[in-house]
Structures are given as structure tokens and as C-alpha cells.
Design a protein around this ligand. Structure first.
Ligand code: HEM
Length: 343
């Protein structure tokens, strides 16, 4: 009985629960003072090696935090008993640069083993991606834990399609306590990075089942998109999400005003009256965009599931459970089998 108690305690210690209120700046100042410098350094190298990779890493914050809170669930590889989020509709053949997170984790494990969570790495690296490409800097709140599982189904049910219109997006973001202003500012993340033809074929050739292109696309830009994505194109071909895809700036909003948004979910922000005002405003005032973006990223980063978690040593797999714990589980199973037999 004493053994069981110890095992239960071990389990509780190894998997604790983090709430948004526990997050704070400087969380690692004692346990891993170099943590943020280490992340910044790897991100700088990633930017030099492949400029787009930092945008790809920044996207992780959205796809991680919307699905059961910012808990690194997105980073888990599938296992025989779990289909994770990497295969979800919005992620498959699309999310990339997971190796940058691996490199960050490796560097952190060398400096301070078992201390910095993968969930926090995503938050720090996303801030760095923005800062390194010319955008704003902000102080991140840290102390997240990594999830013990991931769910393809949850991601499929939550993540919005590039076909989404502004009113759908407003409702979705509201469920996460993110305002219309937050939605428009966060969409400004598409100031860096690329999207696939796959994500825009419908708006080029069959918007809302009309057999016609989206009328909101500027005709000259439409010509450019037709050239990039002809009907028989390999749909993994990519195009820039705005006209300055390596610089984090407010060009994205200027492009929307000019009808040159890449995704339907981008251009719709200018078409719809509730969001149009913010698009216009940010297109004229980059400093206001930067301020709103930093605030919204902090709100996005505060989303927490309240479920138990751990600090993974490898972002792709949950930590091995202690042998004693496995023994405890197998004892429980044997007990259950015995109970079953005695019915
Ligand atoms: C408002 C709802 C959003 C929708 C519908 C959306 C959808 C998409 C789509 C369809 C792509 C291109 C994927 C592909 O074609 O493979 C993309 C790329 C991207 N998204 Fe979003 N997104 C949204 C919000 C966000 C947010 C909030 C962020 C970050 C905070 C973000 C960051 C990015 C980045 C950086 C890229 C480029 C990634 C790369 O180059 O690899 N997106 N998004």
C-alpha cells in the first residue's frame, strides 16, 4: 500500500497543472537564466539558414494555443496509440520547421536539463521571429507545461480554414476572449511567410460554388495568382502571404486595402464592415499595429487547458513514465481483470 502511495505522489510531482495566472516574466531567471538568449541565438541561425523558417515557427503559437491551450501538444509525433495534431487538416503538408524547435530544445537541455518546457519554447521563439524580422519586441510570460497527449480531432474541430469569412473568425476568436481588434492584429502575422496554392484554389476558380474567382481580388493580382496556381498546378507550390514576406511590417494591411490579400481569410477582413476599420487603421499606423499585435500575442499565449502536464525532454514525445508508475498501472490492470473475472 505504501508503495502505491509513493507511486501516486511521484505521478503528481511529475505532472502538475499550470494556470494562466502562474505565468510570469523571468520564470527561468533562477533555473535557466540563459534560456531566452539561447532561444534567440538558435532563431537567428535559423533565419540566416532559411529566412522563411522563423515565420513557420511563429505560426506554431496559433496552432498550439488554440487547441487545448499553449501546451506544446502540436509538437508531439504520432504514436501507435495516439494520432496527434501534425496530421490535422490545417497542419498536414503545411506546418514546417519543427527541426528548429528540436534544435532549441537540444541547446536548452545542454544548458539546463529538464527545465524549459516546449510550450514556452514556442512562445519565446514566436516573439523572436517577429523581433528578428523587423517587428515589435515584447516581454513574454513563461511557466507553461507540456501536454501528455495531442488530438488530431480537436485540431480539426477548432482550426479555421483559409475559406473562413470574417464573421466566422470573429465568433471563433471571441470564444478565446480575443476581440475583433485582436483578430485583425493577429492576422497581421501573415506579414511574413508563405501559403500553398492548395489554400487558394477555391477562391481563384470556384469561390462559394460560383465557378468564378473571389470578386474581392484586384484583377492584376488575380492574374499573378493564376500564373502561380494554374488549375493543373502542384498544389504545394507556394506564394507570398504579402508583398514583403521576409519583413514584419504593416504591408500586409496595405495589400488588403489594395485587394491583394493571398488568403480568403485575409481579404475578408477588408470586405467585412466590422473588421475593415481596423485593417485601414493598421495600414496607416504601423506603430499601432505593432502595439496591438504584441498585446494580442500575449493574450493568445495565456490560453491554458488546466490539464496536468510535464516538462518534456524531447518535444516530440512525452517523457517515459517512471518504471514504478508502469508497475502501478499494470497492477491496476491485473486488478481490473481479476474484478472482471469474478463478476
Ligand atoms: C485568422 C485565422 C487564420 C487563418 C484562417 C490562417 C490560415 C493560414 C493558412 C491557410 C496559411 C497557409 C498554409 C498553407 O497554405 O500551407 C497560413 C500561414 C501562416 N499563418 Fe495563419 N491563419 C490564421 C491566423 C494566424 C495567426 C493568429 C498566426 C500567428 C499568430 C498565423 C501565422 C501564420 C504564419 C506565420 C504563416 C506562414 C507560415 C509559413 O510560411 O510556413 N496565422 N495561415
Amino acid at each position: 500500500m505504501g508503495g502505491v502511495l509513493v507511486v501516486v505522489l511521484v505521478h503528481i510531482v511529475a505532472t502538475t497543472v499550470a494556470a494562466a495566472s502562474d505565468l510570469r516574466p523571468g520564470f527561468y531567471s533562477e533555473t535557466c537564466p540563459e534560456a531566452e538568449l539561447i532561444v534567440r541565438d538558435v532563431m537567428k541561425k535559423a533565419l540566416l539558414r532559411e529566412p522563411r523558417s522563423v515565420a513557420s515557427v511563429m505560426r506554431f503559437q496559433f496552432h498550439d494555443c488554440f487547441v487545448n491551450g499553449c501546451d506544446g501538444s502540436l509538437l508531439l509525433d504520432d504514436t501507435p496509440s495516439m494520432v496527434g495534431e501534425k496530421l490535422a487538416l490545417s497542419n498536414i503538408n503545411s506546418l514546417r520547421s519543427f527541426e528548429v524547435v528540436d534544435q532549441i530544445k537540444e541547446a536548452l537541455e545542454k544548458a539546463c536539463p529538464g527545465v524549459v518546457s516546449c510550450a514556452d519554447i514556442i512562445i519565446i521563439a514566436s516573439r523572436d521571429a517577429v523581433a528578428l524580422t523587423g517587428g515589435p519586441e515584447w516581454e513574454v510570460r513563461l511557466g507553461r507545461l507540456d501536454s501528455l497527449s495531442a488530438s488530431q480531432e480537436d485540431s480539426d474541430n477548432i482550426m479555421p480554414s483559409p475559406r473562413a469569412n470574417a464573421s466566422y473568425l470573429i465568433d471563433l476568436f471571441q470564444r478565446y476572449n480575443l476581440s475583433i481588434k485582436d483578430l485583425v492584429a493577429l492576422s497581421g502575422s501573415h506579414s511574413i511567410g508563405k501559403g500553398r496554392c492548395f489554400s487558394i484554389m477555391f477562391r481563384l476558380y470556384n469561390q462559394s460554388g460560383t465557378g468564378k474567382p473571389d470578386p474581392a481580388i484586384d484583377p492584376i493580382f488575380r492574374g499573378e495568382l493564376y500564373k502561380l496556381c494554374p488549375l493543373d498546378v502542384d498544389q504545394n507550390v507556394t506564394g507570398n502571404l504579402d508583398s514583403t514576406p521576409l519583413v514584419f511590417d504593416n504591408q500586409y494591411f496595405k495589400d488588403l486595402v489594395a485587394g491583394r490579400g493571398f488568403l480568403n481569410s485575409d481579404q475578408t477582413l477588408f470586405t467585412f464592415p466590422q473588421t475593415r476599420g481596423f485593417v485601414k487603421f493598421f495600414s496607416k499606423h504601423q506603430t499601432e499595429f505593432f502595439k496591438a499585435f504584441a498585446e494580442a500575442m500575449l493574450k493568445l499565449g495565456d490560453l491554458q487547458s488546466g490539464r496536468p502536464g510535464e516538462v518534456r525532454t524531447n518535444c516530440r514525445v512525452v517523457n517515459a513514465r517512471p518504471a514504478a508508475h508502469l508497475l502501478f498501472e499494470s497492477r491496476l490492470k491485473t486488478q481490473a481483470n481479476n474484478d472482471h473475472r469474478s463478476i
